[in-house]
Structures are given as structure tokens and as C-alpha cells.
Design a protein around this ligand. Structure first.
Ligand SMILES: NC(=O)C1=CN([C@@H]2O[C@H](COP(=O)(O)OP(=O)(O)OC[C@H]3O[C@@H](n4cnc5c(N)ncnc54)[C@H](O)[C@@H]3O)[C@@H](O)[C@H]2O)[C@@H](O)CC1
Ligand SMILES: Nc1ncnc2c1ncn2[C@@H]1O[C@H](COP(=O)(O)OP(=O)(O)O)[C@@H](O)[C@H]1O
Ligand SMILES: [K+]
Length: 445
């Protein structure tokens, strides 16, 4: 159920399944049920559009009436703002997957007048493929969608406009997915497996991570903490100059990069957090040395306007500001932009934010949905870079490593709770990962 279908893919699923009438009946009934479970009967107005979304609205109205609700159905181009404003509940069945252009000001005025609104499939005006608003889209309390959710349900601003999202089975067989071959998912443990720890493993086989340290050593130390707690066996802070020993267990090597690169075991590198103006040069050197690189922060800024300089990195982790600097300004379709960045660089692109997108060069993409807003706190991105590096060091493929790291990062933040500091995240990773790893059973050995 992690697959997300664009409106176009959903249309294909519909066509492959056939039996449109039965699907519409199931969809309308699912909407009526979801409403009856949450609302007391009240004067209800269905705004019905010209397509199947409107059809679902008619069916929902029938089921609600059968249950004794007072329901009026109005065609979208016949309703008045006054009657919308009077209704106790408005069911928005104007446009769904068939939205083809911006919503007109007249339709926007109707939707704006609703006091309480339940959306069928999507709030009308929400682009299901991108999460962007086309002209206007109302704030729903509840959105009922069918078979599989759409990217726009998980990407802001769409995610915020849906209110509670309810996904209902309407009898469409899952087997149609094989023909559609969806390439977008909601991020979650179903998409990846954390590697098992070998009982006889040693610290190097558990993964070696080096983190370049520059003028803001705190950022590199946070990346190290993330990497250590996410299971890397050896984590080295690679500093240009000696500085006071940080936490016990963190190895500091104050040697030139060239010397450190002579050790072939140093395969995985975090390049960027707090690295300062030398980041571009060091990134180029790591790429030339064929290392597996997580490029973050200053390494991204060093590639402003020059995404080709990132070719050779395994994973790039820009927030929106860094992304715009490298790839140009982000417009309404961040999912496509993240995919294009991954294609252009050959790296897995992690476009960070409330709805972090993880995109692979081959077109796969996952949207993360478990991160709480208090994760927006200085240094949390540095920790994330370290977690990704640790999972790469444990030989997870780059897309899976990035997805798993982003999910664990969000889950850890939820566990810590409000008031979170970046340095709280590593401490809770162990128990979270233990639940997801294959169990260690001594009897197996
Ligand atoms: N598998 C599924 O998901 C199912 C989907 N069903 C419903 O079918 C809907 C899709 O139906 P349709 O493809 O008919 O599309 P819609 O019902 O979303 O709307 C398409 C119609 O709206 C018009 N239109 C689009 N944008 C407009 C705009 N901005 N201003 C004015 N007119 C505009 C189009 O010209 C077309 O006539 C889904 O959203 C869902 O509610 C259900 O009936 C059953 C199964
Ligand atoms: N509103 C939000 N909700 C959830 N997570 C967020 C939100 N805003 C930012 N984040 C997450 O917080 C982290 C911030 O990273 P970043 O911007 O690189 O900060 P820093 O450079 O200080 O480490 C990212 O993982 C990002 O996805
Ligand atoms: K709708």
C-alpha cells in the first residue's frame, strides 16, 4: 500500500479494472461511511462536478440519504455562495483526478464559503501529481481517496489541505499495479531492509565512515554522532588541524586529506557539514579518489549553479535553499525537480523539508511523511547526513539507505518529542533500529 499513483496512473488503473459503475458505487459508499463515522447528521450539500468525482458525490448523497441525512446535491455551476455558507457540511465533489486547469474564481468563491468541508479524492484544485494548488483549493477536514493515495496527498501544500486522509479499498485489484509499475512511494520500512549485523563482524566490516571537519566542527561532530549510532563500526573526524578531543570513542585524525585517502578502508565520506570554503575542493578530491560520498551543506553551496560538480557523489542532501542554489529555483513541482536533480547528478537526491523527497537517478522516488515540525532545528540535517553514511557503509544501496535514514530520523524525532535538539536524535536510534533489523538469534549460529 506504499505505492502512490499520479492522477494519470490512477486513470489507467481504472481503465484496466473496467467496471466503472461498481467502482463509483464503492467510492461513494466509502465516502458516506467515512462521514457517518465522524459527523452527526446535519444539513449536507454536495457540490457535484462534471466528471466522475461528481458521480462519486451523487452516490455518497444517496447512501447518506438512506441513512436519514438531509442532503442536497447541486451542480458545481448552479450552486450559490449563500447556500454553501448555510450548509452544516459541504461535500466537495467538484474536481478530482481529472483537474485539467486552474479552478475559476467562481468555483473558488463557492468552496471558500464552506464552513466544514469533506473532499472526495482531493480538495478540488489540488493537483494530485504535485501537491500544488491550481488557482484555489479549500481546506478539507477529511479527504477520502481510493485504492492508492497520490503524491499530492503527501506533498505540501496539498498534504496540509487534505485534513485527515482516509484511503479506502473500492475493489480495484492490486494486480493492475504490475502493469502500471508505479515509481513513487510513501517512505516507510516496507521499502527497505536494514542489514543484519554479522555475529563475527569486526568494526571495519560494520562500516567505516569518515566525516570531513572544517571551520564549524560541531556540525561534523553531529554527523559523526549520527553515523556512530546508526551502526557504523568506525567513525573518523577528519580535521585539518588538531583540536580538543571531543567525545570519547570518536577518532580525530588531524592529517591532510591526501594521507587519509591512502587508507583504502576509508570508503564512505560525509562532505559538507560545517566544512567552510574548502568544501568544493575537498569534494572534487573525494570524487576523483572514487569514494562513496554524502554531499551536504557547504559541499552543495560550493556547487552553486554547477550541478555537474556533484557527479560522482552517492547521495546529495539539499534543503530547499541549497537545492535552488545548485539546480535553480524550485517551483510548484518539487517531486519532478528532485527527480531531475538525481538524473542530472547521478546521485540520490534527498530534498529535505517537512515532506522530504528521496529521488533516485532511475526515476524512483519516495515521499517522507513521519517527520514532526520540531525537527526543524539547527544541526538535524548534519545528523541525517551521518545516518545515511552509516547505512551506506553497511552496504545498503544508496536509494534504500537514504530512505531508511530519512525515516529513522523522523521516527527518532517523534520519539524525542518537542524541544528536540539535534544531539538528541542519535541517542534514540539504537532501539528504533533494533525493532527493524532482522532479529539476532544466537541459536542460528
Ligand atoms: N480508481 C479510482 O480512483 C476511481 C475514481 N473515481 C473518481 O473519478 C474521479 C476522476 O474522474 P474524472 O476523470 O471524470 O475527472 P473529474 O471528475 O476530476 O473531472 C473531470 C472533468 O472536469 C473538467 N475540469 C477539469 N478541470 C477543470 C477546471 N479547472 N475547471 C472546469 N472544469 C474542469 C474536465 O473538463 C472534465 O469534464 C476521481 O477523482 C474519483 O473521484 C471513482 O468514480 C471510482 C474509481
Ligand atoms: N517543518 C518540518 N517538518 C519536519 N521536518 C523538517 C521540517 N523542516 C525541516 N525539517 C527537517 O529538518 C532537517 C533540517 O536539516 P537542515 O536544513 O540541513 O539543517 P541543518 O543544516 O541545521 O542541519 C532536515 O532533515 C529536514 O527534512
Ligand atoms: K474533490
Amino acid at each position: 500500500m506504499n505505492e502512490l499513483l499520479t492522477p494519470a496512473e490512477m486513470g489507467r488503473a481504472d481503465a484496466l479494472a473496467g467496471n466503472a459503475q461498481a467502482l463509483m458505487d464503492a467510492a461513494g459508499r466509502a465516502v458516506a461511511r467515512a462521514i457517518m463515522q465522524r459527523y452527526a447528521p446535519c444539513s449536507t450539500l454536495v457540490l457535484a462536478g462534471p466528471g466522475n468525482n461528481g458521480g462519486d458525490g451523487h452516490v455518497a448523497a444517496d447512501y447518506l440519504r438512506q441513512a436519514g441525512w438531509a442532503v442536497t446535491v447541486r451542480a458545481w455551476n448552479k450552486a450559490s455562495v449563500a447556500e454553501v455558507a448555510r450548509a452544516g457540511l459541504v461535500i466537495d465533489a467538484i474536481f478530482g483526478a481529472g483537474l485539467a486547469r486552474d479552478v475559476s474564481p467562481e468555483v473558488a468563491a463557492l468552496l471558500r464559503a464552506a464552513k466544514r468541508l469533506v473532499a472526495i479524492d482531493v480538495p478540488s484544485g489540488l493537483d494530485g501529481a504535485t501537491g500544488a494548488v491550481r488557482g484555489y483549493a479549500p481546506q478539507a477536514e477529511l479527504t477520502v481517496t481510493f485504492f492508492r493515495a497520490k503524491p499530492g496527498h503527501y506533498l505540501y501544500p496539498g498534504r496540509g489541505l487534505c485534513g485527515e486522509l482516509v484511503l479506502r479499498d473500492i475493489g480495484l485489484p492490486g494486480s493492475v499495479l504490475a502493469q502500471i509499475n508505479p515509481q513513487t512511494w510513501v517512505n516507510g520500512p516496507a521499502l527497505w531492509h536494514l542489514p543484519a549485523r554479522a555475529p563475527t563482524g569486526h568494526k571495519y566490516s560494520a562500516g567505516d565512515v569518515s566525516v570531513l571537519c572544517g571551520n564549524m566542527p560541531g556540525a561534523a561532530r553531529l554527523a559523526c554522532a549520527g553515523a556512530r549510532r546508526a551502526g557504523a563500526g568506525m567513525v573518523t573526524l577528519a580535521a585539518d588541524a588538531p583540536f580538543l578531543p571531543p567525545e570519547a570513542g570518536l577518532i580525530v585524525r588531524a592529517e591532510p586529506l591526501e594521507v587519509l585517502l591512502q587508507d583504502a578502508r576509508r570508503k564512505i565520506w560525509v562532505c559538507g557539514p560545517g566544512l567552510g570554503p574548502l568544501a568544493g575542493h575537498k569534494l572534487a578530491r573525494l570524487i576523483a579518489a572514487g569514494r562513496i560520498i554524502v554531499a551536504d551543506a557547504d559541499a552543495l553551496t560550493a556547487c552553486a549553479g554547477a550541478p555537474e560538480k556533484l557527479r560522482g557523489a552517492a547521495v546529495i542532501t539539499p534543503h530547499e535553499g541549497e537545492f535552488s542554489r545548485v539546480f535553480g529555483s524550485l517551483r510548484h513541482d518539487r517531486l519532478s525537480a528532485a527527480r531531475a536533480a538525481a538524473r542530472a547528478t547521478g546521485a540520490v537526491a534527498v530534498l529535505k523539508g517537512a515532506d522530504t523527497i528521496i529521488a533516485a537517478p532511475d526515476g524512483r522516488a519516495a515521499i517522507n511523511a513521519n517527520a514532526p515540525p520540531y525537527l526543524a532545528s539547527g544541526g538535524t540535517g548534519d545528523v541525517l547526513a551521518g545516518i545515511i553514511a552509516a547505512l551506506l557503509a553497511q552496504e545498503m544501496p544508496a536509494f534504500e539507505a537514504a530512505c531508511a535514514a530519512v525515516w529513522l530520523h523522523g521516527a527518532a524525532a517523534l520519539k524525542v518529542g518537542p524541544g528536540l535538539l539535534a544531539e538528541d536524535i542519535p541517542a534514540v536510534l539504537g532501539p528504533l533500529m533494533a525493532r527493524l533489523r532482522p532479529p539476532f538469534n544466537p541459536a542460528d549460529y
